[in-house]
Design a protein around this ligand. Structure first.
Ligand SMILES: [Zn+2]
Length: 246
């Protein structure tokens, strides 16, 4: 059986069979990988720590016919801070969930890997929802899913200083005239300006960014609906989070 190694983050983990876990990894080399971690739910399993959600580890995997199997997991970072605080757990879950739904298996996306790892570290001190929103805008941009944030997708009108409406169906932002009767959420000018900073500011200055409750709700709410429509999947962690940020 061919064996391969992967420098990867556990982005999803669910119970499988009697004592196994089915884990989704996002690796630097191969992108997304699904694998079974056998026996890791047994109390004495030595691989328990390496296969927990958010863990960054060196993996050794066996290639299988349908599913690969984890042979070894050597943790490099367990991101304990993500489990200490519920908001951080939810934001990190939102980050890994979006990475999972927006990528396909075994397509290398090394920049998305680096971005994800950076944000899991940034969640140590950054406002968790600023981190989630900033990560999501950057990931969408990187993968080519982010529309222009300064003009109407239909008529091209400059939206600076105006209300805008984000629509996956229209493929971007709409002005008030082009919105018609579409049931889309409003983004006020202040929110659009903050989105520009969340996307473009240097990572080291993100902790200086401030937003109020209304802006937070608008940005995260619009991003959630946009991504759900774009990828035709319900974002469970985002929905759970919405109870905290609304
Ligand atoms: Zn328009």
């Amino acid at each position: 059986m061919p064996v391969y190694s992967a420098d990867a983050i556990v982005i999803r983990s669910r119970e499988y069979g009697e004592s196994d876990r089915l884990i989704t990894l996002f690796s630097r080399e191969k992108g997304k990988i699904e694998a079974v971690a056998k026996g890791v739910r047994k109390p004495k399993s030595t691989q328990r720590g390496g296969t927990q959600l958010f863990t960054y580890a060196d993996f050794l995997l066996y290639r299988g016919k349908t599913l690969d199997t984890v042979s070894q997991a050597q943790p490099k970072e367990n991101f304990i801070h993500l489990w200490d605080d519920f908001d951080r757990t939810i934001a990190a879950s939102g980050i890994t969930e979006l990475l999972d739904v927006s990528t396909i298996k075994e397509q290398p996306e090394p920049e998305a890997f680096t971005l994800t790892l950076s944000f899991l570290f940034l969640l140590k001190h950054l406002d968790p929802y600023i981190a989630q929103a900033s990560y999501s805008l950057r990931l969408m941009h990187l993968l080519g899913y982010l529309p222009a944030l300064d003009r109407c997708a239909e008529c091209g009108r400059d939206l600076k200083g105006e209300q805008a409406f984000l629509s996956a169906e229209a493929g971007g932002l709409l002005c008030a005239a082009c919105k018609n009767n579409r049931p889309v959420k409003t983004l006020n000018p202040g929110s659009l300006a903050i989105m520009g900073q969340l996307l473009g500011a240097e990572l080291k200055i993100l902790d200086r960014l401030r937003w109020n409750k209304k802006t937070k709700e608008e940005i995260l709410g619009c991003l959630c609906i946009y991504c759900e429509e774009k990828f035709e999947r319900k974002l469970q962690a985002w929905r759970q989070g919405s109870e905290l940020w609304t």
